[in-house]
Ligand binder design. Structure first.
Ligand code: ZN
Length: 442
């Protein structure tokens, strides 16, 4: 196929993709727009995660990092501190997302010393009600975003208060399991007591509280559970006996007398954590629930990458066949391992949330390979995974571009025609996540 024809196909596919409704499989935005932090500036908000880590990796000191994130100094002064590192990192996926945001949302071609103040002035004007809807609905055409919620500590009446835990016009809540599996402060136990209405006086009562919370979460409209513990521990969850787990659990009472200290630890051991995830998966298996699991790259500086290898989860995939496992971040950089796992397990799905900014090129290459290896219903193409609203837009544009590139390559190989390319793009961005999370009411 000649070059012009290839370009033409790419633009035709991209044009179609830009019209598609999107299901966004993963976000960390505020549960309601009114919770958005207003005392901010463009540097503070855009460096709240991701790109700040590239700057630190490039050499920005922790001290200077904290200065630009925490202190109230003019943005031009902040820029001078970060500029050398920004220049080194500007072409990473995180950097590209910010470039797209500045260009498309604020009409600024390049973020640099001459434009940072203008960008900030324009950015501050977005701190008004209705901006979330403008970005998520009007600009991104996102039907719903699956949003992580850490607590369902709310006085609710299921009949009246349907949007108790988040803004349901924008979001579908996903309940974070980290407190239930890995509590380590007394405040975590107190939060579990508040959410469940059950006083934790024994391991049996803890298990009761866990069941009650999961039931309540679903009555409030939660669509999936999420395990993000690869940040704190290995993804290997052994099957342990209840008595061993209970022995671990009983350790927490040794620090009960400190529970009103500002920070009071109530450490639980690995046996307890392993037991709890199996216990929760037992409930999930009985009720055919969906469980999202963090694998691969950990946000932040440092951490132990081998803890997040998806191979460590295989015993769970085997033992809980009726749970739908949505595996985050295509396990990057373990995407080859996840490819084979998703091919071999009916209950394992690949989720590309975070990936198009984590590594645009790895995302393209993985998708190219999946055409050879993985049935097309196993892949969800987009989850913004951002803490700040503009990031969702920047990420989506990279994702749409990546999918268009891959589909063009496959068309060029003669695998399918333009109509089929369009059908596949709709599967990846909309039909698959809708089916995986059964979002039929939307
Ligand atoms: Zn996330």
């Amino acid at each position: 196929m000649e070059r012009n024809k290839i370009k033409e196909n790419y633009f035709k596919i991209l044009e179609y993709i830009n019209t598609l409704k999107i299901i966004d499989t993963h976000e960390h935005l505020p549960c309601r727009e009114e919770d958005r932090i207003k005392e901010t500036d463009v540097i503070k908000e855009y460096l709240s995660h991701y790109f700040n880590r590239d700057l630190i990796s490039a050499g920005l000191s922790k001290e200077n990092h904290n200065k630009v994130i925490e202190e109230d100094i003019p943005v031009i002064e902040k820029w001078k501190i970060i500029e050398p590192y920004w220049e080194y990192a500007r072409y990473t996926g995180y950097g590209k997302a910010l470039t797209i945001i500045a260009r498309d949302l604020y009409g600024i071609e390049k973020i640099d010393a001459s434009t940072i103040e203008e960008l900030n002035t324009k950015f501050l004007k977005t701190l008004i009600p209705g901006y979330f809807k403008k970005i998520l609905k009007d600009k991104c055409k996102i039907e719903t975003s699956l949003l992580c919620v850490e607590t369902i500590d709310t006085d609710y009446d299921p009949a009246e208060e349907r949007s108790a835990i988040c803004d349901k016009e924008l979001f579908s809540p996903v309940y974070m399991l980290k407190d239930l599996i890995h509590p380590y402060l007394w405040s975590h136990f107190e939060r579990i007591e508040r959410q469940s209405g059950i006083r934790i006086t024994s391991f049996s009562r803890y298990l009761e509280a866990t069941e009650a919370i999961i039931e309540k979460a679903y009555s409030l409209g939660v669509v999936a559970l999420k395990n993000s513990l690869a940040y704190l521990r290995s993804c290997k969850y052994e099957r342990v006996t209840r008595s061993v787990a209970e022995e671990d659990f009983n350790q927490i009472f040794k620090t009960k007398h400190m529970s009103d200290w500002p920070i009071s630890y109530a450490a639980t051991g690995k046996n307890f954590q392993d037991y709890m995830f199996h216990f929760i998966l037992g409930i999930a298996n009985k009720k055919n629930l969906k469980v999202q699991i963090h694998t691969g790259i950990q946000e932040g500086s440092g951490n132990i990458l081998s803890n997040s290898d998806p191979k460590l989860l295989i015993n769970l995939f085997l033992e809980y066949p009726d749970v739908t496992f949505d595996i985050f971040h295509m396990s990057y950089p373990f995407q080859n391992e996840l490819t084979v796992i998703a091919k071999n397990f009916q209950n394992v799905f690949i989720d590309m949330c975070w990936n198009h900014i984590g590594s645009p090129n790895a995302s393209v290459n993985a998708l190219i390979e999946w055409f050879d290896t993985v049935p097309l219903n196993k892949i969800s193409a987009f989850g913004g995974d951002y803490l700040f609203i503009d990031g969702v837009y920047g990420h989506l544009k990279l994702a749409q571009d990546n999918i268009a590139k891959v589909l063009t390559i496959k068309m060029e190989e003669g695998l399918f025609d333009l109509d089929e390319a369009k059908n596949i793009s709709k599967l990846l961005f909309y039909d698959n996540p809708r089916e995986i999370f059964r979002l039929y009411s939307n």
